[in-house]
Ligand binder design. Sequence first.
Ligand code: ZN
Length: 124
Amino acid sequence: MRERASRISCPACRNDTYMKREPRYEGFKKVGETLSCVDCGHVFEDEESAPAAMNPALSVFSDDDRSKQVRVFDDGEQARICRYCEHYVLNPFTQRCDLHNRETEATDTCEDFDRKEESDKASE
Ligand SMILES: [Zn+2]
């Protein structure tokens, strides 16, 4: 089973970060999931109590300096998605973010996005 990280805006450490899901067991029976912030370990009651980073409208605090970071899709057809990022690593088994050292998907977005140089220097 693989863990899927959701992007959140953590109210505890105020980072745009990821939510960690860990199965919770009572004995051998899975009784639910523990949702926590990967940065500070803040535990969320449920999915609704973790504000999604992609939706600043859900943010409970003022967007002073973070408004710069949430401009995700403003440069036209080439969005800041992982497949255009230089930290995106595609290998036969998985897609990874080299920067965050985690699994990612080509359509994931990230504020640490670094556009990959599309250099066509095939002949060198
Ligand atoms: Zn946190």
